[in-house]
Design a binder for this molecule. Structure first.
Ligand code: HEM
Length: 213
């Protein structure tokens, strides 16, 4: 097990954990978005999707525990790397020579990450932990998005999630070794596409719901 503790203690091991947990979250987001798109089918379609999800019972619980574990690893490792980088480089470089250069999304990763953490806590309180005994998840979601404040918070948060996914996706592939110059344009394009799909895919939902219901 010594090799494992050594690998996880090294920066490269931490980056690998960030990459793998980050890609797992991207998979979760893809599934969550696909499920949420049933909102376009109306009340019955969305409630039907939520019912199917909850009928998974213990399997859903296992999935949720896994998600919490991945989140803990991703957040703690991210914070560790952030603090380690700051300690190693107290004076910022004026010129960044990292491959792909510095973009808005790469520079803001720790901050967008913390905003997403706050968003998820807010989001779970709104929907997952809401009392559903006398209502349905569709009613809860459409009531939330009848408020311009909620719409604003969700749309702003989805821009932040899109930015985080854009750089995270790119960075994960770098860490996993897909950094051949020939692959760069494709990976860059895929990262931008992933950020846009997440940002627009989720971000348009509150607007649609507020206009339609
Ligand atoms: C407009 C955007 C979104 C909408 C309308 C939405 C809707 C929902 C709803 C209705 C639930 C509760 C499902 C249920 O209990 O039946 C839920 C759960 C959840 N959402 Fe979202 N969501 C959105 C964006 C996001 C984003 C961007 C993230 C992550 C960054 C996220 C993370 C989660 C998590 C972690 C859960 C709990 C999953 C579970 O307990 O199995 N959501 N969402």
């Amino acid at each position: 097990m010594n090799w494992l503790t050594a690998a996880l203690g090294a920066s490269v091991g931490k980056k690998l954990m960030m990459a793998l947990t980050g890609l797992a979250f991207t998979g979760f987001l893809a599934g969550h978005l696909a499920g949420n798109l049933t909102i376009y089918g109306g009340k019955a379609a969305f409630n039907g999707y939520a019912e199917k999800l909850h009928s998974l019972g213990p399997l859903l619980k296992v999935f949720e525990v896994g998600l919490i574990g991945f989140a803990a690893v991703h957040i703690l490792t991210g914070l560790w790397l952030f603090l380690q980088n700051r300690k190693a480089r107290p004076v910022r470089y004026t010129l960044d020579t990292s491959p792909g250069g510095r973009t808005l999304s790469s520079r803001t990763m720790p901050y967008t990450g913390l905003i997403i953490l706050a968003f998820v806590a807010f989001h779970l309180t709104n929907f997952t932990f809401a009392d559903k005994t006398r209502t349905t998840i569709f009613e809860i979601v459409s009531a939330a998005f009848s408020s311009p404040i909620y719409i604003g918070i969700y749309v702003a948060a989805m821009i932040v999630v899109g930015l985080h996914v854009r750089h995270g996706f790119w960075s994960a592939f770098q860490t996993l070794g897909a950094n051949h110059p020939k692959l760069m344009p494709t990976i860059s394009a895929l990262s931008v596409a992933a950020g846009l799909i997440v940002g627009f895919g989720f971000g348009l939902l509150p607007i649609f719901i507020s206009l339609r219901y």
